[in-house]
Each structure stands twice: as C-alpha cells, then as structure tokens.
Design a protein around this ligand. Structure first.
Ligand code: PMT
Length: 403
C-alpha cells in the first residue's frame, strides 16, 4: 500500500506556466491514495481553470480568503488544520518572497502561516529570477525555517532560456511527498556525521586550476538527509554554488590538502564519515606564482603532477577513533568491479558506486542511480532524485553502522 494512502495533501498552485503540470501532479497524488485539496492563487487562475483541478481532485477548489460561501463550507483555519502536508507546485518567485516575509495577503499564504503541517515548495521560474540574489536569500530563509525546497531542475525553459528554474516532474514531486509523509526516522539520533562534497580545485597558477564537474549536490543531499535523521552534521565542501542545508555545520575548502586537514579534524569526533567529494587525485607539482605565459613558437607544454593524499583512505586507516567509513566510486565502466576494488584497497566499510557515464545521472545532475556495496552484500538503488536517494542511503548507512 502506498504511504500516501489517505494522507491529506493541500496542493497550492501559484502563477506560472508550470501550473499546467500540476494537473498531472494531482492525478499522481490521487493514484497513490492521497486526499487532495487544491488552493489556487489569482495568478494560477490566469493559466489554468479551477474546474480542471476540481474534476481531478474530486473536491471544490479554494481560491478566496474572504469568500463567505467558501468559508461556510471549509474555513481557511479548518483547511490549514486539515492538511498533513502543504505542497506549493509551482512555487513562483513571488510566493517564495511572500512566505519568506511571513505575508498573509491571500488564501495560500495565509494557510501556510496558519498551518502546523510541513510545507514544501517546488520552485518554478525563469532562470535569472531563480539566480537573483533576492530569490536566493528568500530560499535560504525558508530552508532555515524548515520549509523543504524540491528542485528546481535545470534545462530549457518555456521562455527559451536554459538554466535552473524548471519545476520538478510531477512523478518526482509525488515521490518526494511520499518519502516525506512516510515519516522520517531518527535513525541517526545522537550520532555525529562528517560528509565531504563537491570537487577540489588544484591551482596551476593564480588564475588556473585542475578540477572536475562535481556540483556537490549528492553530498549536500546526504548532509540534509543525515541532519533530518537526527545527526549532527559537518559538511566539508569544495567550491560549489549550493545553499547550506539547515542546521548543518559547513566548512568550505578549496584543494585536496585543505579538505584532508578539515576532514581529519572533524573525523576525530564523528561516528560516520562519508566521502562524497570528487577529490582530484593529482595536483600540479608546483604552483606558479605568476600567471603562466604562452611562449613564442612553443605549441606544446606539459604539467608535472604529484599525487594528492587519499582522504577517505586516511580516515579508514585509523587505528583509533575510526568512524564507520563510507566512500563513493564514480566509474564510467565495470562500475561494481572497480568499486569492489576501492572498497578493499581503501579499507572502507561501505562504498556507493555510481555510473557517471551518462549525463542525466551522477556528476552535476539532480538524479543518480547507485549500488551500495559492503563486504557481504550489494544493493542497487534505481535512478531517483538525489534528495530521495540520500534518504535511502542514510537509512542503509545508519543500519550498517550500528555498533
Ligand atoms: O557532486 P555531484 O555533482 O552531485 O556528483 C556526485 C558524485 C558523482 C561526485 C559523487 O556521487 C561521487 O561519486 N563522488 C566520488 C567521486 C570520486 O572521485 O570517486 P573516486 O573513485 O575518484 O574516489 C573514490 C573515493 O575516494 C571517494 O569517496 C572519494 O571522495 C575518495 N577520495 C578520492 C581521492 C582522494 N585523493 N581522496 C579521497 O578521499
């Protein structure tokens, strides 16, 4: 039976072209057994008719705060108490700004203030609006208050732009709602977890570096999931452009040697260490003090590299204060074979292998598919949003890390 069976979900729809996708979302939530009531902002009603949502949800659509007839049927306070989850999809830049300020000037924003249910937003807007510092601050304020932000995804937009700002697909949102309402366990209550995330940058000269395409999304999703599961989390992040998950301690680093120093310090007091960072295996043997110049007539050049310290192997090699140590393996071929080899060679307790040969999974993507390997078993987790996968991984790691 779906964990949305009989769950009471209030779907808020704000103004944006993605509102048409919300019709499919209602259908998917209903298919999973949820009771759905829809609240539409004035902007949303410019894009889609309330009748569509009434037909799909089987309930009248709520639109006005001060409508006596609607209030007599199910008043806004009653509606706020009815909801077990408020999901706003699409969530426009405007609705995010209003919620961040605590405004209550229409039915949807009033319900969010009046309800004690968890609130999740599926942002959808033009990529420049999403990147705008005002939206970034609003998003961070909401996160810090415990509001969940699901997405946005990146890709081509209705206006012709390309970038972050697309609403997640209805199937993914329904999955996220199901994961949230299936009850987050506190499987890591009282535990301390250290996670490395993102790439490292190895300087060649003051303006150039060697690095890779890691976005940090996988490690940040793990940090958020571990914190929600009750852990105290330290996130050691290479150079990435991501907001810090609520109540997570973040340490920013640049290169592999900085990351190792931060990891060794933090690991002294931790129970679980997860190496999700894509650490550069090599760095330039020397860093030029000045920008390296092109030389006349010189069409080739070589860079001498030296090996970086292996951070996760160093943690796993400890004889004292050794945490349960988990590595990741990013492979483009023979994924399980190479991951097994790293598990043994680095003396890890567990390794999470991801196939990074495809562009819609692994590096710099919102999705991933992994195989969790320890010395006795191997479990495949099919492709899912990194946030969803992170919750599953944290459950598995918590169970295996039990003393
Ligand atoms: O950041 P995203 O865009 O979300 O992408 C996520 C990811 C694909 C980067 C992530 O899921 C992942 O696979 N991270 C590990 C990538 C990697 O570099 O794998 P590796 O096979 O080179 O290293 C194996 C393990 O050793 C990893 O845990 C790595 O953190 C660790 N390592 C590697 C080298 C080094 N010098 N020190 C290390 O600790």
């Amino acid at each position: 039976m779906s964990s949305l069976a009989d769950k009471r979900l209030l779907l808020g729809i704000s103004g944006g072209i993605a509102a048409y996708k919300s019709a499919d979302l209602v259908r998917r939530l209903k298919d999973r057994g949820a009771q759905v009531r829809v609240v539409m902002s004035a902007g949303a009603r410019e894009f889609v008719q309330p009748l569509t949502f009434q037909a799909l949800s089987g309930n009248p659509v709520h639109t006005d705060l001060l409508d006596p007839a609607a209030e007599a049927a199910m008043g806004h306070i009653e509606l706020a108490k009815w909801a077990e989850l408020i999901l706003i999809a699409p969530a426009s830049a405007q609705v995010m700004a209003k919620l961040a300020c605590g405004m209550a000037d229409d039915l949807l924003t009033t319900l969010c203030l009046a309800s004690e249910a968890p609130v999740a937003l599926a942002p959808a807007m033009n990529q420049a609006m999403w990147r705008h510092p005002a939206t970034a601050v609003n998003a961070q304020t909401l996160r810090e208050r415990g509001v969940q932000l699901w997405g946005p995804a990146a890709g081509s937009q209705a206006c012709g732009d390309v970038g972050p700002g697309r609403m997640l697909e209805p199937a993914d949102l329904a999955q996220q709602a199901e994961s949230l309402l299936s009850g987050s366990s506190d499987c890591l209550r009282g535990k301390s977890v250290v996670i490395t995330a993102g790439p490292t940058r190895e300087a060649l000269d003051p303006v150039r570096y060697l690095s890779n395409h890691s976005s940090g999304k996988m490690g940040f999703a793990l940090a958020e999931a571990a914190q929600r599961a009750g852990a105290q989390v330290t996130l050691i992040a290479g150079p990435v452009n991501l907001a810090t998950p609520a109540q997570v301690k973040r340490v920013d680093v640049v290169d592999a040697r900085d990351m190792r120093a931060a990891a060794e310090r933090a690991a002294d007091l931790c129970d679980i260490f997860i190496g999700a960072a894509a650490v550069a295996d090599f760095r330039p043997a020397t860093m030029a003090e000045q920008k390296i110049k092109k030389r006349e007539g010189c069409d080739e050049s070589a860079i001498a590299l030296v090996k970086n310290p292996d951070i996760v192997a160093g943690i796993a090699a400890r004889s004292q204060r050794r945490p349960f140590t988990v590595g990741f393996a990013a492979e483009t071929q023979q994924v399980e074979h190479y991951a097994q080899d790293k598990l043994q060679r680095k003396n890890l307790d567990m390794i999470i292998a991801n196939d990074v040969s495809s562009t819609n999974s692994g590096f710099n993507s919102d999705r991933n598919a992994v195989t969790v390997i320890d010395r006795h078993s191997s479990t495949h987790l099919p492709q899912a949003l990194k946030a969803d996968l992170a919750r599953q991984l944290i459950e598995i790691i918590a169970a295996k890390a039990q003393p």
